[in-house]
Design a protein around this ligand. Structure first.
Ligand code: C2E
Ligand code: MG
Ligand code: MG
Length: 321
């Protein structure tokens, strides 16, 4: 019991045995460390070292050390995927998605490097960089007809919410770019709510007081609980791609997406459907009353310059919604 709160503590153990006897103490410690890492990743308990653990770890360590230098070497860039108002068919904003141009590996997907950035803590400076970049880019849209009303969405990792700097980093990024807070949406996944404590909740309220909007990303994939939705100051629900994917199938699948849209309407939050890949899905979502949509069928993520051009041309070339 700490401060009246009950904490559960687990132990993890990594075991390495000397096989031939020619390992150094450092080798053994490193192997035990690898096994320990695996034990932790598996939720605790004891694990014995196996040589296969080595290859995976080397790869990860390499990625981690490259990641540490990527910011300084200017290897990151942000692409933008348009978010479309399903009623009017007009672009309402864009989601900023991070890309890493690795000197040897080429383009590394965020699915691969974000988890490494999170576990190493690198996500904090990287996330701040994305935020600043996205605010600057969004400010530039002002110069384009129709661009001054567009909002930009930035993904936040749970790790970033645990740092105390966020309440100053966000207004600083907005101020430096000259972007009004109303035009910034911060996306976070449900895990943030599950792992959250009173401090996180206070932080979310603070961000919202600044005028920033908060979105719940990948909704429906975590342990969504309606009571969480009620407790957290959320403005937008992003319906996960897995529900949109099933829209072409059976009726029951369709009703799942429709239920989420109704939850959104009931709570008076905006709904955004993710991963719309065909006209049928688009039509179904629109019929349900889903507010906004995003997906390859509407537009793929694109470099900042291309997105700027597309704002002006969108009305001419926009897909039939
Ligand atoms: P997310 O925030 O849910 O972003 C949506 C992902 O779906 C993007 O993948 C996007 O390219 C992809 N997508 C969009 N439309 C379609 C579609 O029609 N079909 C399919 N199959 N996919 C579609 P991406 O860019 O690879 O990003 C993956 C995830 O990485 C993001 O999921 C987000 O969780 C994370 N991520 C990206 N950038 C950042 C960042 O700056 N910070 C943090 N913390 N996470 C980021
Ligand atoms: Mg997102
Ligand atoms: Mg998502």
């Amino acid at each position: 019991m700490i401060d009246g709160r009950e904490l559960a503590v687990a132990a993890s153990i990594g075991i390495a045995l000397s096989e031939g006897g020619d390992e150094t103490a450092d080798d053994l410690l490193r192997n035990a460390d690898l096994a320990l890492y695996r034990a932790k990743a598996g939720g605790g308990g004891a694990r014995r070292y196996h040589p296969d653990m080595h290859a995976g770890m080397i790869e990860r360590l390499e990625l981690e050390s490259d990641l540490r230098q990527a910011l300084a070497r200017d290897e990151f860039f942000v692409v933008y995927q348009p978010i479309v108002d399903l009623r009017s068919g007009r672009v309402s904003g864009a989601e900023a998605l991070l890309r890493w141009r690795h000197p040897r590996r080429g383009l590394v997907s965020p699915a691969e490097f974000i988890p490494v950035a999170e576990s190493s803590g690198m996500i904090v400076p990287i996330g701040e960089w994305v935020l600043r970049q996205a605010c600057r880019d969004a400010r530039r849209w002002d110069g384009i007809p129709g661009g001054e009303r567009l909002s930009v969405s930035v993904n936040l990792s749970g790790r970033q919410l645990q740092t105390s700097e966020l309440p100053s980093v966000v207004p600083q990024a907005l101020l430096a770019a000259g972007l009004p807070a109303e035009r910034l949406t911060l996306e976070m996944t449900e895990t943030v709510m599950i792992d959250s404590n009173d401090e996180t909740l206070a932080l979310l309220h603070e961000l919202r007081r600044l005028g920033v909007r908060l979105a719940l990303d990948d909704f429906g994939t975590g342990y969504s609980s309606l009571s969480y939705l009620h407790r957290f100051p959320i403005d937008v629900i992003k319906i996960d791609r897995s529900f949109v994917e099933r829209l072409t199938g059976a009726q029951s699948a369709t009703s799942l997406a429709a239920s989420i849209v109704r939850i959104g309407q009931g709570l008076q939050v905006m709904t955004v459907a993710e991963g719309i890949e065909d006209q049928g899905q688009l039509r179904a979502l629109r019929a349900m009353g889903c507010d906004h949509g995003q997906g390859f069928h509407l537009a793929r993520p694109m470099p900042a310059a291309e997105f700027e051009t597309s704002i002006a041309e969108w009305d001419r070339y926009r897909p039939a919604v």
